[in-house]
Design a protein around this ligand. Sequence first.
Ligand SMILES: C[S@@+](CC[C@H](N)C(=O)[O-])C[C@H]1O[C@@H](n2cnc3c(N)ncnc32)[C@H](O)[C@@H]1O
Length: 221
Amino acid sequence: MSFIYATDDPPENHIARLLLTNRPAPHKPSYGMDSPLGLVASNFLAPLYLYTSLKGKFNAWDKLLAKVPPEIFMYPSLDIGCGRGLVLMKIAERKKDVAFSMTRTPDPVYGIDLFIRGDQSGNAPEATYDNAASLNLTDYLTLHTANFIYLPFKDETMSLATASLSIHNADKASRKIALIEAARVLKPDGYLIILDLAGYIGQYKSVLKSMGWSIGLYIHG
Ligand SMILES: C[S@@+](CC[C@H](N)C(=O)[O-])C[C@H]1O[C@@H](n2cnc3c(N)ncnc32)[C@H](O)[C@@H]1O
């Protein structure tokens, strides 16, 4: 789908590159720990942090993606700051599921990230690839190194964009640009789903409202 990219020279697809290396697929996926430094800093809250980072996030995304109409998964999707791919894999799994009832292969989910190790332990394209390979999902996703303040995609190309605990890592001005970029690449009837720390939601809401978006708020309990 080269027509989806903003330039004639799209960034490298790490999935295609790593498929050629015949890396052995691990038996099961592994998603690492968000902000390992934050975990050290919040030592006495560590069990709660571990729960939030792993199980809480996992369950919350199942509930959020269940709200998306299944046919949306036939079209291009984007996971912004995908890291080791927890949400990327969930979307790819849904694409694989809808593929059975359709006459064509679904468009991929694109994951973009700068793979910053301080934001997630073991963060690397290889780790994301390994998770996709272990779940047999490499046919359904594309993985690029890219900054979320400059998405390498054309306007109005994505039916779904997701961001899981990623945008808050940028400074305030960059967070705003990241949201404007997400809105730019979404189709007019596209879905944007952001799961992030409570302190950042106010800014996201006001930026999206100023762009005329209607906003549904889901609080994970
Ligand atoms: C806490 S991790 C979350 C990863 C994944 N979304 C998840 O929920 O498991 C935050 C991610 O945001 C990425 N990130 C931070 N700043 C970024 C930027 N400017 N552009 C792209 N990715 C970025 C980090 O590399 C990291 O993978």
